[in-house]
Design a protein around this ligand. Structure first.
Ligand code: IPE
Ligand code: IPE
Ligand code: MG
Length: 255
């Protein structure tokens, strides 16, 4: 067995599988800088990032995490150079096609959130097909955030709630936390307990603003293409060493 594999197993064994986050969300960042550090084009980083997606998805499914959400393309990412956007969309199509078998073999259900209507037709079709094919899988739900922006999501929710009020289907007094949550793209997902962002950036970049009210944030300098199972285990271990107080005192939580 290689040294790296041994380190990976040692880390994995330290994880308390009875205390796993039910939902982990990841801002997969640093593909471009990873490629640049190797003297390659940015797209090379995106291509290599797919390996991390596979490793992390597998690690989470094996451990027993129920929901994994990956921020793959933000509403702001449309502003990137046209060639990069096109390459990312092409990569998305190929990846979904290629990884469908992995999803089926691992009993993983695919889900997507965001303004999916803005994706090129080829992406939409491939995505819809994979979602349909995996809809009865139940080990883990893998959600891809695509053309996703949390402010858009909140605006959409406000519009839909306002429409219900206008049509007389809803009274203003019925608007509460739960009702708002039910109108978000994530209505069928629990809030994430753990958010990971790679590449050293420490910001949220318009990702799940409402849902992350009490999420534990974990930032690592590792670029996304270098984020493999071992890194995932480290993040979960860090999470398991946090004390989640939800406004209470430490003494109350321990009692
Ligand atoms: C994350 O890596 C991938 C996407 C946002 C699609 P980046 O492409 O943002 O890489 P950096 O941050 O420029 O290194
Ligand atoms: C955030 O990464 C979006 C995704 C990972 C898909 P960016 O690299 O686009 O974020 P900013 O703009 O630098 O904050
Ligand atoms: Mg980036």
């Amino acid at each position: 067995m290689k040294v790296a594999e041994t380190a990976e197993i040692l880390l994995k064994n330290q994880i308390d599988t009875t205390q796993l986050p039910e939902h982990i969300a990841i801002i997969m960042d640093g593909n471009g800088r990873w490629a640049k550090s190797k003297g390659k084009l940015r797209v090379f980083g995106h291509t290599n990032g797919v390996k991390s997606v596979r490793a992390v998805t597998e690690a989470c499914a094996e451990l027993g995490v129920n929901y994994l959400t990956l921020y793959a393309f933000s509403s702001e990412n449309w502003s990137r150079p046209r060639a990069e956007v096109a390459a990312l969309m092409e990569l998305l199509v190929h990846t979904i096609r290629k990884e469908l078998k992995t999803l089926q073999d691992n009993d993983i259900k695919l889900n997507a959130i965001g303004h999916l209507g803005n994706l090129p037709d080829k992406c939409k079709l491939e995505l819809e097909e994979a979602i349909k094919m995996t809809k009865n899988n139940s080990r883990m739900t893998l959600t891809l955030a695509l053309s996703y922006g949390s402010r858009n999501e909140i605006v959409d929710a406000v519009r839909s709630i306002a429409l219900d009020v206008k049509n007389g289907d809803l009274s203003i007094d019925d608007i509460d936390d739960q009702l708002v949550a039910n109108h978000l793209y994530t209505h069928n997902l629990p809030d994430p307990e753990l958010l990971i962002r790679t590449s050293g950036e420490q910001r949220i970049s318009n990702f799940m603003l409402w849902q992350m009210a009490y999420t534990e944030l974990y930032f690592t300098p590792t670029f996304w293409p270098d984020f493999q199972k071992e890194e995932m285990y480290k993040a979960i271990l860090a999470f398991q060493n946090r004390e989640r107080r939800f406004g209470k005192t430490s003494e109350q939580v321990k009692a």
